[in-house]
Write a protein that binds this ligand. Structure first.
Ligand code: UDP
Ligand code: MG
Length: 311
C-alpha cells in the first residue's frame, strides 16, 4: 500500500489545528480510501496549547505523529524536521491554517501518478486579503530576486506541494543553515507542475510573519541564491574610480585655465557624503554574506527536538 506523509509546521496554531485535522481527515476518507496516511505535526516551539492538542490527536489517532522543538526555529526548520521524519512514498507540506486547501491533494496526486511529474507545487495568483503594501513589496522582491538569481523564484509560490520520496531526499541532502525553500526546490530540479489558486484567508489565528520577519527572509533568499550584490559593489567601485579620474582631470585643467583653486567646496561635501554612503552600503552587502558564511560554518543544528512520539 502506498503512503502519503503530510507535514504540518505549527507555531501557535491552537485555533486552527482542530479545524485543519477535520478537513484533512475528510479529504483522506473521501479522496484516498486506498492510501495510507501519516500526519507529522511539527510544533515549532509554540507558546500556546498547540502541543497539547497535537498530543491529544496522537492519542486518538495512530496516524498522527509529532515532533516538538525546544524553541521556535522557524518554518523552514520545521519543514526540514518533517521531511527528516517522513516515511511516506509521497510527501506533502501543508500549513495549519487551511490556506493550503487539502482538497487539491487528489489532483496533485493524480498528476504525479499519471503525468510523470516528480513534484506538484502551488502558487496563489491573487493576494486578496493581504495588506496592499505587503503585496507591493512581495512583487518587488520577486522581480529583484529573479533579476539577481539564476534559480527562478515563482511569484506567489507557496510551500504547499506534493513530492515523490526522491525529491524529498534531495531536499533533505541540503543541510544549509540559512534555508530558503522556494529556492531549494528550484535548485534540486525535477519535473514540477504548478497549480494555481486564489488566495484563501487564514481560517483562524494570525499570520506569524511580521514585516520585519519577511524582510529578513527576503535578504535570506537573495544571499542564499545570488552573489550578484557582491559583484555589484565591485562594479560601482570601478565606475566611481572612472568618475573621480575624470573629475581630477577637470579640476586640474580648470585651475590651470581659470586659476581658482578654492571653489567647489559644497559639491565636495556632497561627493564625500555620497561616496561614503556607497562605501558603507557595499560594506553592508559584504557583511551580509560574511554573516551568513559565519553561521553556516559554525555548523549548528538546524533544529533541536525536545520530544517526539517515539519517546
Ligand atoms: N510557522 C512555523 N514557524 C514559524 C512561523 C510559522 O511553523 O516561526 C507555520 C505556521 O504555524 C503555519 C505556517 O508556518 O502553519 C505558515 O505561517 P503563516 O500562516 O503565519 O504564514 P502566511 O500564510 O501568512 O505566509
Ligand atoms: Mg498562512
Amino acid at each position: 500500500m502506498e503512503k502519503i506523509s503530510v507535514i504540518v509546521p505549527c507555531y501557535n496554531e491552537q485555533e486552527s489545528l482542530p479545524i485543519f485535522y477535520q478537513e484533512i481527515e475528510k479529504t483522506r476518507k473521501q479522496d484516498f480510501p486506498e492510501i495510507e496516511f501519516e500526519y507529522i505535526f511539527v510544533d515549532d516551539g509554540s507558546k500556546d496549547k498547540t502541543l497539547q492538542q497535537i498530543k491529544q490527536l496522537h492519542q486518538q489517532d495512530q496516524k498522527v505523529r509529532y515532533i516538538s522543538f525546544s524553541r521556535n526555529f522557524g518554518k523552514e526548520a520545521a519543514m526540514l524536521a518533517g521531511l527528516d521524519a517522513a516515511t511516506g512514498d509521497y510527501i506533502t507540506l501543508m500549513d495549519a491554517d487551511l490556506q493550503d486547501p487539502p482538497h487539491l491533494l487528489k489532483q496533485m496526486y493524480n498528476t504525479i501518478k499519471q503525468e510523470d511529474y516528480d513534484c506538484v507545487a502551488t502558487r496563489r495568483v491573487t493576494r486578496k486579503g493581504e495588506p496592499a503594501i505587503r503585496s507591493l513589496c512581495a512583487r518587488m522582491f520577486y522581480k529583484l530576486i529573479n533579476e539577481l538569481s539564476d534559480v527562478e523564484m515563482v511569484d506567489g509560490a507557496r510551500d504547499y506541494r506534493l513530492m515523490t520520496r526522491q525529491v524529498a531526499e534531495s531536499i533533505k541532502s541540503m543541510r544549509e543553515y540559512n534555508r530558503y525553500s522556494k529556492g531549494l526546490f528550484t535548485f534540486v530540479g525535477f519535473k514540477t507542475k504548478w497549480i494555481e489558486y486564489e488566495n484563501i484567508k487564514r481560517i483562524a489565528g494570525e499570520t506569524k510573519w511580521s514585516f520585519w520577519k519577511l524582510f529578513k527572509y527576503a535578504i535570506e533568499g537573495i544571499t542564499a541564491f545570488s552573489t550578484v550584490p557582491l559583484v555589484l559593489s565591485s562594479i560601482i567601485g570601478i565606475v566611481f574610480c572612472i568618475i573621480s579620474f575624470l573629475l581630477i582631470l577637470l579640476i586640474v585643467i580648470r585651475t590651470l585655465v581659470y586659476g581658482d583653486p578654492t571653489s567647489g567646496w559644497p559639491s565636495m561635501i556632497c561627493i564625500i557624503f555620497f561616496v561614503s554612503g556607497v562605501q558603507l552600503f557595499s560594506l553592508g552587502i559584504i557583511g551580509q554574506y560574511l554573516s551568513k558564511t559565519y553561521l553556516e560554518i559554525k555548523n549548528r543544528p538546524i533544529y533541536i527536538i525536545k520530544e517526539t512520539e517515539k519517546i
